[in-house]
Design a protein around this ligand. Structure first.
Ligand SMILES: [Zn+2]
Ligand SMILES: [Zn+2]
Length: 367
């Protein structure tokens, strides 16, 4: 996820004396390094801020990209993390919808609610926010986090509601749903292919079923993940290790290809596979974060009436997803494979970062 918006950190309020309160957090140190260390506890900087005491957070593939140095916007010293649930600790005088003690879900995308992009429901491109948490400002893998524009960037958790499934609503479920399923225009009876069965591909798989497609074909290199895709509702799976995924899809679809193909990996080979298996009139919905150029095969596609969409998650579908989770039409907990305490967050990174060995999908990190 990248966002061109820059947010100046508001000047800290003058110290009134005494020692600044500290907390522990997972800090990016540059050059692939990270540490769980002491940081100053965040303070209300502008009236629309809230301070949230974190209860549960998780680690995203994007955090691993930052550690690798792929995102120059994320500078050393940054607290990582853009997902989670918590309890409001303090609100600025401009916050009207939340108060101290409220349990909240944090959207990975901060929205001011007032700029031209927010008015178009493109929160990801909010000129005052967008994806800033754990990118341009300190994130959620900490004891406390400052949430700008709290009224429009937090969601209430219901009384007595299990908060754990909601951690998956911060980013991964809306990303699979908005960038994959909605942009891919999955409709009843259609044929869908999902390239990549990591957490995001699986989130697309779960949410595609809201629209009752006739077939969902999941393609991956990892047999274990394909097994999970089967359990999550894939009608067929293809192991593409042999390089013959295109032939397999064409065989399964009477040489037609698929109506919607969702790219959930982010490398040239997987995007090119999408171009090879999209049916005439179909859609390629890109979800993957691409770091390299990809060949656009217009010599094959120019007459096939296809559409290609790209998107950064807006979390605009949050109200729908929360209703579906609360109505038990979808169980995001199925994506959770491991639990860690916050002070073992470095171990959580090791487990998540070595998913091929550990079988990790999403790890919960709890305070
Ligand atoms: Zn993420
Ligand atoms: Zn905005």
């Amino acid at each position: 996820m990248t966002n061109a918006a820059t947010l100046q950190a508001p000047a800290a309020r003058p110290q009134t004396g005494g020692v600044a309160a500290t907390m522990k957090a997972l800090v990016y140190l540059g050059d692939g390094k990270k540490a769980f260390q002491a940081k100053a506890k965040p303070k209300i900087a502008v009236p629309t801020d809230a301070i949230v005491r974190m209860v549960k957070t998780t680690i995203c593939g994007t955090d691993l990209h930052i550690l690798k140095g792929d995102l120059p916007t994320a500078k050393p010293g940054l607290i990582l993390g853009h997902e989670g649930v918590g309890v409001v600790d303090e609100v600025g005088p401009g916050v009207t919808s939340f108060k101290r003690g409220d349990r909240v879900l944090i959207s990975c995308v901060t929205s001011c609610g007032a700029c031209a992009y927010c008015r178009k429901l493109m929160f990801s491109h909010c000129v005052n926010g967008g994806w800033i948490l754990g990118n341009l400002i300190d994130g959620t893998q900490a004891e406390f986090v400052r949430i700008p524009y709290a009224d429009t960037s937090l969601y209430p958790i219901l009384e007595g509601e299990d908060e754990e499934p909601l951690v998956l609503c911060s980013d991964i479920l809306p990303t699979g749903f908005e960038c994959g399923v909605l942009n891919g225009q999955v409709v009843p009876g259609s044929t869908v292919a999902i390239v990549g069965s990591g957490p995001i591909g699986l989130a697309a798989l779960l949410t595609a079923q809201f629209y009752s497609p006739a077939e969902i074909i999941v393609i991956d290199l990892d047999e274990k993940r394909l097994g999970i895709a089967k359990k999550f509702g894939a009608t067929s799976v293809i192991n593409s290790t042999d390089g013959k995924a295109q032939d397999a899809v064409m065989r399964m679809t009477g040489k037609r290809g698929v109506d919607t193909v969702i790219e959930a990996v982010g490398v040239p080979a997987t995007f090119e596979l999408c171009e090879q298996i999209v049916a005439p009139g179909g859609r390629i919905a890109n979800v993957g974060v691409h770091g390299k150029p990809v060949a656009l095969h217009l010599e094959q596609l120019w007459d096939r009436n296809i559409s290609i969409t790209t998107r950064l998650v807006d979390t605009v579908s949050m109200p729908i997803l929360l209703k579906m989770v609360r109505a038990k039409r979808i169980d995001p907990k199925r994506l959770i494979t491991h639990h860690f305490k916050l002070d073992a967050v470095v171990d959580a990174y090791d487990t998540f970062g070595n998913a091929d060995k550990t079988g990790a999908l999403k790890v919960i990190v709890e305070s």
